[in-house]
Write a protein that binds this ligand. Structure first.
Ligand code: URA
Length: 410
């Protein structure tokens, strides 16, 4: 295989064959193909795009670069969800144990915060002792025992994606639809799923700012999932205001616990149930009943215990992670809240210390926002709009200014 000719083919806008794509990924993963050639190819893909067939071949090749889950005969239906990320998006924490109540297996491989969107692993790590670094063998044992595991990508899963993602990050080739689809879907399909639901967000606080962009990404991911024999559903959710009322790692776990106990914000509960019903055997009313009767909460506690987490700490996580400065922001006028800008809240949460600007940054689990007002609420002057949790007075002041600036009235 002559790599410069493959780069030339894509540079000139022609399609690559399945064999060419497989050889490139194999050569790059084992180190035979240097970064300079892969950078050129990634840039050619960025400008010329890839057909559905090429994207499916790329996904398959990346998936086959590492280990995949292998389930024995007679295993229950294996399902998962992927979200393209949003502000206050703690859906996975509730959805994974809820699906396990339906005797489904949920081997959820999640990621860390990316840009202004939070990551499930960072949220889970605010639970004292919780381990996300689980081997495949441990994951299998946990699935057999309780049906759900929430873990990080091990070095054996999709090593081609790990290498290529790092290269895309430094060569301005992350925002290529074909490369995004192959990167996300290879990791999800390594879980050997029967069904997958994709939660594609659009709006101010999402990567995809408009619904048409979200639909283009959603249908490309669905096409790849279906091509690989996985029942793949797509749901589109606006991300103009944060999901729920809390943003920040421990604050989001607290809100998830409330929702797992049958409470929590209406919008969060509705998203969880709408996604869960796409892949489960039961209808929305049964899923709601498992939230209300404590079944999902007990499943979550079992999972936390099984992954080394302190189950007792779940009921007082807010107190354990109490930020030194908690400031209330109140309405300066009466009216109807017309927007709570998710992007502003997301950026401010990262600035408060909940996210990273470099891969090795240490995050602060305690900071963020809670009790956020929702769009459509009627407020009187002096009423609470939300609280800022900060590590120091400067952060608190900036958070208060951000929250005030994020809210508009009609
Ligand atoms: N998340 C991923 O895992 N890969 C991408 O390319 C983008 C988001």
């Amino acid at each position: 295989m002559h790599i410069p000719s493959i780069i030339e083919t894509k540079r000139d806008g022609k399609a690559l064959s399945d064999e060419e794509i497989r050889s490139v990924i194999a050569a790059y993963t084992c180190g035979e193909m240097p970064d300079c050639q892969m950078s050129a190819l990634a840039m050619a893909i960025y400008f010329q795009g890839m057909s559905k067939e090429e994207t499916a071949s790329l996904t398959q090749a990346m998936l086959e670069s590492g280990e995949v889950f292998r389930f024995p005969e007679g295993t229950p239906k294996v399902v998962d969800k992927h979200s393209t990320g949003g502000i206050g998006d703690k859906v996975s924490l509730i959805l994974a144990p809820l699906l396990a109540c339906d005797d489904l297996w949920v081997p959820m491989i999640s990621g860390r915060g990316l840009g202004i969107t939070g990551g499930t692993l960072d949220k889970l790590e605010s639970i004292p002792g919780f381990r996300v670094g689980i081997s495949q063998e441990e994951a299998m044992n946990q699935l057999e025992g309780i049906g759900v595991v929430m873990m990080g990508q091990t070095s054996d899963v999709c090593p081609a994606d790990k290498k290529l993602y790092a290269l895309r990050d430094v060569t301005a080739t992350v925002p290529s639809q074909a490369l995004i689809v192959a990167s996300i879907m290879s990791k999800k399909l390594a879980e050997t799923l029967d069904a997958l639901v994709l939660d594609v967000k659009f709006g101010a606080g999402a990567f995809m700012k408009t619904k048409p962009e979200a639909e283009s990404l959603g249908s490309a991911m669905q096409a790849v999932g279906e091509a690989m024999g996985v029942d793949t559903r797509v749901c589109y959710h606006p991300m103009d205001e944060p999901t729920g009322s809390a943003v920040g790692n421990a604050l989001e776990v607290v809100e998830s616990v409330e929702t797992l106990k049958g409470g929590g914000p209406e919008d969060l509960r509705a998203i969880v149930i709408s996604l869960a019903q796409e892949v489960s055997h039961v209808d929305a009313s049964q899923l709601a009943a498992w939230l209300d009767d404590g079944s999902a909460w007990r499943k979550f506690q079992e999972m936390v215990g099984s992954q080394g987490g302190d189950v007792e700490a779940l009921d007082n996580l807010g107190a354990r992670h109490r930020a030194p400065f908690i400031c209330e922001v109140t309405a300066e006028q009466s009216g109807m809240v017309s927007s709570v800008d998710a992007e502003t809240i997301g950026r401010s949460t990262v600035s408060l210390g909940a996210g990273r600007s470099r891969a090795d940054d240490v995050i602060d689990s305690s900071v963020g926002f809670d009790k956020l007002i929702k769009v459509g609420a009627l407020v009187s002057s002096g009423e609470l709009l939300g609280r800022v949790h900060a590590a120091d007075p400067i952060g608190a002041e900036a958070g208060v200014a951000a929250l005030k600036g994020a809210i508009s009235y009609k």
